[in-house]
Design a protein around this ligand. Structure first.
Ligand code: FMN
Length: 214
């Protein structure tokens, strides 16, 4: 197992979890979940999530099970769903409380619409010491999903000198089923930009202007 990388995620309905499982499987690294003690299930729970995200309200978070202190990892990969165009309040809560422990981070966001929500990466960077080294914005089940996920994996592997392993393609299968229902002439080999899945690996010197956020 690669001891240098850990994937930490929050997932309300399992989509981000599946993505993070694939990433952890490919990098052969630890996978840990974070949550808070708020009831977030059902329609009422979803409403609460939306309100919390808009107000940037966070609560106490669960203990993250890791083999080593977080600052010892060469790379911490954080996964979160997008809520109301923002980082989920559970991941925000984690970043607020433990972001200072992290050195090198990469971000994975999942969302339901075609928007890439790149501003979420900047929101997350506000809580850590230096800008993230890679990110990916994924719409699980979209045709570009595998392409962008793999670009992200390559960026993480290059950064940490990790070896990539084959993954069970749960979400890829979902994307293929979706693609199969599209007329052949509409299919494209390469994912279109509108797939709302992007990957970015900023250089070390990539400076971002930080704003104060509560
Ligand atoms: C409260 C709430 C707000 C959401 N807001 C957005 C949004 O602004 N844009 C979007 O594309 N998807 C939005 N979604 C959809 C989720 O981001 C998407 O389904 C995500 O992949 C779910 O991840 P999870 O299964 O790991 O919880 C929202 C979902 C919830 C529950």
């Amino acid at each position: 197992m690669n001891q240098n990388i850990i994937c930490i995620y929050y997932s309300r309905t399992g989509k981000t979890e599946r993505v993070m499982r694939e990433i952890a499987q490919s990098l052969d690294c630890e996978l840990a979940e974070v949550h808070d003690r708020v009831r977030r299930g059902g329609a009422l729970g979803a409403l609460r999530c939306g309100m919390d995200a808009m107000r940037k309200k966070t609560r106490a978070i669960s203990r993250v099970e890791s083999k080593r202190p977080l600052w010892e990892y060469r790379l911490v990969i954080l996964g979160t769903p997008v809520w109301a165009g923002r980082c989920s309040s559970v991941m925000r809560g984690f970043l607020k409380r433990r972001g200072f422990e992290l050195t090198d981070v990469a971000y994975v966001i999942t969302h339901g619409s075609e928007e890439p929500y790149r501003e979420v990466f900047d929101q997350m960077d506000l809580y850590i010491k230096k800008p993230h080294i890679a990110d990916v914005s994924l719409r699980p089940g979209s045709t570009g999903y595998v392409f962008w996920r793999d670009q992200f994996l390559k960026a993480c592997a290059d950064y940490t000198d990790a070896e990539l392993h084959p993954i069970a393609e749960e979400l890829a299968a979902e994307a293929n089923r979706e693609a199969a229902s599209i007329a052949p002439k509409e299919r494209t080999e390469k994912p279109a930009a509108e797939d709302a899945a992007t990957v970015n690996a900023p250089s070390d010197g990539d400076e971002k202007t930080k704003q104060t956020e509560q």
